[in-house]
Design a protein around this ligand. Structure first.
Ligand SMILES: NC(=O)c1ccc[n+]([C@@H]2O[C@H](COP(=O)([O-])OP(=O)(O)OC[C@H]3O[C@@H](n4cnc5c(N)ncnc54)[C@H](OP(=O)(O)O)[C@@H]3O)[C@@H](O)[C@H]2O)c1
Length: 248
């Protein structure tokens, strides 16, 4: 019997898709969560305080680190996780990051890059998978503006949204394989202008026409987006389009 796999962030968007995949691949899974454990799979713990971490990493063969907070805190959480893992027999650490973390100048991306560097220098066997934005993020961008008369999107910016379930399948494969270092990026099937995606969302949500307005936005992060730093058209590996995601 192989050692269990610990999934941090197993209660999040990506983690909720990953855990069933790992289970169906025959792995024993532990889910780290700050919430009170509701089943025997969930291990109470907090990456920031370190509470419960020692027990959670004890005896695991692989950690898939999906947990995330506001970015800055991710650095401390990742450092704590690595410290415990080094003491606990050096499991394979699989980290999920974002395409373009070194190219797009945003606080969250800088934090993700710092976490990648911690993983690379951890002394643990490691794998890092960068992916593009999940479909849910585009939905959230549109949904949070639904109360406005129009959806506002940054002009000149495109996204390449990917299905979190497909990312989970990739992570499950990596978790079952030997450590591979930085693996090729993973992106969704299509690079689409932000406004185009917002129109698709509005069509799927309501028969009433909802205008979409493209507005020039300032800032280093938006510039990085405009330059396509967060895109990976050469790795359009995902199959599920935004419309298919919305329909499902
Ligand atoms: N969303 C995207 O578009 C996207 C794109 C590319 C890459 N990614 C990466 O994919 C990963 C997963 O993203 P997601 O959108 O699925 O995240 P999410 O839905 O926001 O979930 C965050 C998870 O982190 C856990 N968490 C936060 N702080 C914690 C702490 N101090 N201790 C323990 N657990 C903690 C939460 O668990 P509890 O609340 O149960 O404690 C929750 O399961 C992240 O690394 C993110 O950067 C996301």
């Amino acid at each position: 019997m192989t050692n269990p796999i610990l999934v941090t962030g197993g209660t999040g968007r990506l983690g909720r898709a990953l855990v069933p995949q790992l289970l169906s691949d025959g792995h024993t899974v532990r889910v780290l969560s700050r919430r009170p454990p509701s089943d025997e799979q969930t291990w109470g713990g907090d990456l920031l305080t370190g509470e419960g971490l020692e027990e959670a990493v004890d005896g695991v063969g692989v950690i898939v680190h999906c947990a995330t907070g506001n970015g800055r805190a991710d650095i401390d959480g990742t450092r704590n996780l690595i410290q415990m893992a080094v003491r606990a027999g050096r499991p394979h650490l699989v980290y999920v990051s974002i395409v373009g973390v070194g190219r797009v100048d945003m606080a969250y991306y800088r934090a993700k890059l710092a976490c990648e560097q911690l993983v690379e220098r951890s002394g643990l066997p490691w794998t890092i998978q960068r992916t593009t934005q999940f479909h849910e993020l585009i939905v959230w961008m549109c949904k949070s503006q639904w109360w406005l008369p129009a959806i506002v999107m940054p002009s000149g910016v495109s996204f390449q949204p990917v299905d979190a379930g497909e990312v989970a399948a990739r992570l499950a494969m990596l978790a079952g394989a030997p450590p591979a270092g930085r693996v090729p990026d993973m992106g969704g099937p299509e690079v689409r202008p932000a406004a185009d995606l917002a129109r698709a969302y509005a069509r799927a949500r309501s028969s009433r026409r909802r205008p979409v307005v493209s507005v020039p936005m300032q800032g280093a992060g938006i510039r990085g987006y405009r330059e396509g730093g967060h895109l990976t058209p050469e790795h359009a590996d995902g199959r599920i389009t935004f419309e298919q995601f919305l329909a499902a």
